[in-house]
Write a protein that binds this ligand. Structure first.
Ligand SMILES: *Cc1c(COP(=O)(O)O)cnc(C)c1O
Length: 382
């Protein structure tokens, strides 16, 4: 058995389960128990575990070339950049900077925004989450995450995600406003389209960059390719990561025309980023998640999921869209529930607070699997 904490740092509250295999929405542990996954490695396995097209892309590319670094071109890197720029809708002149994670995509966005304005304030919003490295952490206004690691990076300010607060905060000294259109880590809070529009207007008025962090809510998670789509707003840059390579480490800053030409040779870099294997996997993932039929199904199945969740007596509130939802529970310890869900119902869940469960099924989960998972959740909560 691989369940041991002897040599691992203690920064994760791991469940005592050793997974050995996955396929679609299903996982198997070392004892052969079969689980349904509503957690997806925290919004990573959107195309399911070991999607055949992703496995084939990785296998094929790994036999050809695994690494050459960023002083050369590879076909998967160039093609994935073109694909991301094109599906982003950010417009002509959009360019992509690759990273190995979400937090690094945020760092790149912040550095790009500051260089563009020659210094300036970075504004983020309450309940936001942008990562754990110093810049991203400084834009993550959560006391428990920031306090142990002070001092943070100077020049960051946090405001409420409201029209008035954002309009008042953005000024001529602002380099960027960064926010998640649907806030994931804090428990799935959908920002109003009005807030996104006010953010766009405030940034336009003062020349600040509007950065949408779609690391969790993007790439089809909400039933739209991008969570901001409905608002009619177009950001200056978008960060993606999590689901992009089906489980391999990757992230990207997609910089629209206002940001695309800020970085010059020597400004920024990353050894592994944009590697051919992760980019080949990314191309396979984009083929799946840009399919309009799949996205429409995520929306309708998501609505069915919302309705069933709302009918559970212990559920006080349901938030979210598509396959990015959270439930607020009455009189139940959500953290303990995750452990019981694994043991009793073979259901992989995630708690974002002592009263909140976040549900992130793979976008490819079948109707029968989703119904089965929701029935297990109902039993668990009864
Ligand atoms: C997970 C996440 C990040 C950080 O990504 P890592 O790959 O863990 O560094 C940043 N922003 C959002 C919205 C996230 O959900």
């Amino acid at each position: 058995m691989a369940i041991s904490d002897d040599f691992l740092t203690r920064n994760y509250a791991r469940q005592p389960v050793e997974f050995v295999r996955g396929d679609g929405a299903t996982l198997w542990d070392a004892d052969g128990h079969e689980y349904l996954d509503l957690q997806t490695g925290l919004a990573v396995n959107s195309v399911g575990h070991c999607h055949p097209a992703v496995v084939a892309a990785i296998r094929e590319q790994a036999t050809q070339l695994i690494h050459v670094g960023n002083l050369f071109y590879t076909d998967p890197m160039v093609r994935l950049a073109e694909r991301l720029a094109s599906v982003s809708g950010l417009g002509e002149g959009t360019r992509v900077f690759f990273t190995n994670s979400g937090t690094e995509a945020i760092e790149a966005a912040l550095k790009c925004a500051r260089k563009r304005r020659r210094a300036g304030k970075i504004i983020s919003v309450h309940r936001g989450f942008h990562g754990r490295t110093y810049g991203a952490l400084s834009a993550t206004p959560q006391e428990s995450k920031q306090a142990p690691f002070a001092p943070l990076v100077p020049g960051f300010e946090a405001v409420e995600p409201t029209v008035d607060a954002i309009t008042a905060a953005v000024d001529s000294d602002t380099a960027a406003l960064v926010l998640e259109p649907v806030q994931g880590e804090s428990g799935v809070y959908v920002l109003d389209a009005d807030v996104l529009r006010a953010a766009r207007a405030a940034c336009d008025a003062h020349g600040a960059a509007l950065i949408f962090d779609e690391i969790q809510c993007g790439l089809g998670r909400t039933g739209d390719l991008w969570a901001w789509q409905d608002s009619g707003v177009v950001p200056d840059a978008v960060t993606v990561a999590k689901a992009l390579s089906g489980g391999l480490p990757i992230g990207a800053l997609i910089a629209g025309p206002a940001m695309a030409d800020v970085f010059e040779p020597g400004d920024h870099g990353s050894t592994f980023a944009g590697g051919p294997v992760q980019c080949a996997a990314g191309l396979a993932v984009l083929d799946v998640v840009t399919d309009t039929g799949l996205l429409a199904r995520v929306r309708t199945a998501g609505e069915r999921m919302t309705a069933r969740l709302a009918d559970i007596p212990a559920v006080r509130e349901v938030r979210g869209r598509g396959f990015m939802q959270a439930i607020e529970l009455d009189g139940v310890d959500a953290m303990a529930l995750v452990g019981r869900g694994l043991q009793e119902q073979r259901l992989v869940l995630n708690a974002t607070s002592p009263s909140t469960l976040r549900l992130l099924p793979p976008l490819v989960i079948t109707d029968a699997q989703l119904d089965d998972a929701l029935t297990r959740l109902e039993t668990l909560l009864s």
